[in-house]
Design a binder for this molecule. Sequence first.
Ligand code: ADP
Ligand code: MG
Length: 595
Amino acid sequence: MRIILLSQDIANKIAAGEVVERPASVLKELAENSIDAGAASIQIDVLGGGLEQISVTDDGCGMSPEDAQRAFERHATSKISAAEDLFSIGTLGFRGEALPSIASVARVVLITREQEAAEGTMVTAEGGLVGKPSPVGAPRGTTVTVRDLFFNTPARLKYLRSIASETRRVIDVAGRLALAHPEASVSLSVGGKTVFTTPRGGSLREAIVSVLGIDLAKAMAPIDRSQQGISVRGFIGPAKFAKSARDVQQIFVNGRPVSSKTAWAAIDRAYDRTVPPGKHAPVVLSIEVDPSMVDVNVHPAKSEVRFAADSQVYSAVYNAVSAALRGGAGAAEIQPEALAEAPAAVIADDRFGWAREPWGYPGTANPVRYAGGRDLASAAFDGASQRDSSAPEPAVEAAVGAAVVPVRIIGQLSDTYILAESTNGLVIVDQHVAHERILVDQFRQEYAMGTPSSQLLLAPAVVELSAADAQLIADNLATLSKMGFDVDVFGVNSIVVRGVPTHSEDVAPEDALAAAVEGIVAAPPGSDPVSMADHIAISLACKAAVKAGGRLRPEEMESLLERLFRTSDPYRCPHGRPIVVVIQGDDLARSFGRK
Ligand code: ADP
Ligand code: MG
């Protein structure tokens, strides 16, 4: 075996693998360079998900002809010069790896002019070969254009997702940058259309309006608190805007967008009990700490940070957020009560379409056929008789597999569960998941049959979304329309909602759209429209279903159960939770010493 030194080109390609994962990472590096160059205005243009072209133009300090060429050399950086500098980094970049890495896997054109210089410089690089600088007329600042990303590394291309999904990531990165640097004007265009523009010298609130939409911006409350030299500033949103995706939480450490488990944990803890588990309230938090207290060099793309004083950061974030939530400084707009889920309103008449359904439920006059046409009652009976009565048994079991036929409704427990008597014991049905199952089946069926029934809103609603979410809706208009949504993109971040799938009309239009976005995001990358529709159906059903805590009238309970036992799977909700729990009559008898 012989050890050889890797050629510069191979070394750059290996580094590119770490730094340049996808178009969004190219954008991140270019835009960070613009911020480091002191730009007051940054224009980003993206074509074809960023694979075709990404260009970033800034009005920053620019580069001399020599520096313009040197910038493409590995470990060429103007930002640190001594090893000690690594421990107190005040710029976004410092590794000197981005430009050479990008140039090794794409075609790059750099045009730059320093303030005092009479003319500008152009340098082109392609697949790692860097050309000589040539003079060119140019405005002050720098434009870097990256074309045909990964043209020479086809293996990389395979790991990428759809153009739509790469576009979404690009929008996300641009949005984060705009929020991290509200003082700079950041403007993003995708395919020639403006997605957002933040004002120059703007406030964080203004940047939030542009990037996240006016509705969320209005609902967010400012926070500003310092403790042990750690300052935590920004805005926090109410629980009703909580989403399952973590990307609604934007964390900046010293102006750098990062993921920070420490900050996430502190935020979750502060929102404890007001946000359901697995959901995250939207926040935009800027944490300022002494640069020597953070290590930003733990990830090649610098997207993670490590704090020297982790627990101090945790408690600073926790205290800042929870003080605001409890109505402390700056929380005038958000009261703790407002953050809790609003109690479910008394259920409107005909919530379950009861008036449209004939009275009656399975097990009485006409037993419903289930599981290959077998009578439910006898199936349940078989299930019970197969049990080994000598084995220790749980008194309560989720009724999965064992068919159950409720024959008489006993009543409602805690406004959450429907209790019914069945041939072989006590049946307990979770009303929310039961209704969810009914609705999911209905939404799926309508999509599959291609004849969605849509409920027109009395007045069309205009809903403001974040730029990224509006793009998602725009990309999936056809699927949404096949589900019964009547929506259209209108302006940059606005969606007009004219109609929603029938049975979701009690959901506020913005919540119905939020459910659609959540479903689209939950669908695995590259999903076909059917699976996309399926995920949307699941999240919309969850929003539209009667909540736990809602009082039901007897006929509503009847109708709910009757419809539940006609669905594809009355026992498990789409998320896998049980819908029906059975306490077997035998178990009851044993508990009372009757057996
Ligand atoms: P790093 O940002 O880690 O220093 P890069 O490869 O991203 O490394 O950039 C190399 C150098 O090129 C930077 O240190 C900077 O001096 C110069 N440079 C890159 N982009 C710009 C820009 N938009 N404006 C001015 N200088 C830039
Ligand atoms: Mg850089």
